[in-house]
Design a protein around this ligand. Structure first.
Ligand SMILES: [Cu+2]
Length: 319
């Protein structure tokens, strides 16, 4: 082998090694994404905890398998062609033989992709149909979700409860399912409700109600995020979904129905908080919550004040 050939081989080997390193990196990253911690602190579609999320999870593996095989076939053929037919010293610099009108080849590269697309379409349509057309049992909990800039409002019309940013739903026992059906609305612009471990992503569009449902099988806290850029504080539209045992859920509903605490012993601290905190321009109410601002009256019942840490409206602020 001449020195020139050696140099060419080294260059090819270096490129192939580089591509392999990148591929291994991608696979490792995918593996890390897959290894979700047990406390659900990292939302992942690869760790489903409900029927719709499980269906989407299976579909994603199916699609990844097909596209992965396509990638491997194309990458292998490409690498083979690049190495085998690379330019060598002494090559005559003229165009290689051109192939025109091969009916078999043209049929193959037309029909095979069509078949692949049809298979992917049918598999996806089956999952969409199974999720969207699932019957709503009489035991279902109904929640109306309203997206606001920049917080989430949750209304439970059957339970007389309104809350914000933190959604409580019951655990669903497969023997006696108690799924939660969400009606998605928007008060201003497009938002998107996405808690990957509980269901697929669905947009909240003004004047166009959407629906989704979930039947969580494991109690705990599930994290999500508004997945549609909706303005400057979009990133603060975090979601915390508490999946409660039936007893815990009933207790939470009872607590939410109680009037907000008006204990006089807390009046002094309450006054300090109301007059110095960043949300001091709002009155803490004891009556029913109104739809134009997050329900603050039971804020201490919630784990985080995460959805709207700074107001973006026309009301004056004192600092
Ligand atoms: Cu948003």
């Amino acid at each position: 082998m001449t020195n020139k050939h050696k140099t060419e081989w080294k260059a090819v080997a270096a490129r192939v090694t580089g591509v392999l390193v990148i591929l291994v990196g991608i696979l490792l990253a995918a593996g890390l994404c897959n290894a979700t911690p047990p406390d659900n602190s990292v939302p992942s579609i690869f760790d489903p905890h409900s029927t719709p999320a499980e269906s989407i999870h299976h579909l994603s593996y199916f699609v990844l398998t097909i596209t992965g095989v396509i990638f491997l076939v194309v990458f292998t053929l490409l690498t083979y062609a690049v190495v085998k037919f690379r330019r060598r010293a002494g090559d005559v610099l003229r165009e290689p033989a051109q192939v025109y009108g091969s009916t078999q080849i043209e049929l193959a590269w037309t029909i095979i992709p069509i078949l692949i697309v049809v298979v992917l379409f049918l598999a996806t349509a089956r999952v969409i149909h199974a999720i969207q057309d699932a019957p709503k049992p009489a035991t279902a909990v109904e929640v109306t979700v309203i997206g606001h800039q920049f917080w989430w409002e949750f209304r439970y019309p059957g339970l007389g409860v309104v809350t914000a940013n933190e959604l409580h739903i019951p655990l669903s026992d497969p023997a006696r399912p108690t799924p939660t059906f969400l009606k998605l609305l928007s008060a201003d612009t497009d938002h998107s409700f996405w808690v990957p471990q509980l269901a697929g992503k669905t947009d909240l569009i003004p004047n166009h109600p959407n629906e989704m449902w979930t039947d969580p099988r494991q109690a705990g806290i599930y994290l999500g995020q508004c997945a549609q850029y909706c303005g400057t504080q979009h990133a603060k539209m975090l979601l915390r979904v508490y999946v409660d045992n039936p007893e815990e859920f009933a207790a939470w509903v009872r607590a939410q129905r109680q009037p907000a605490n008006q204990d006089e012993k807390e009046a002094a601290g309450r006054h300090v908080f109301e007059t110095t905190a960043c949300l001091n321009y709002r009155a803490f109410r004891t009556g029913p919550d109104t739809p134009d601002e997050p329900p603050y009256s039971r804020i201490r019942c919630r784990g985080k004040y995460s959805g709207k840490s700074a107001p973006l409206d026309r009301e004056p602020r004192r600092h």
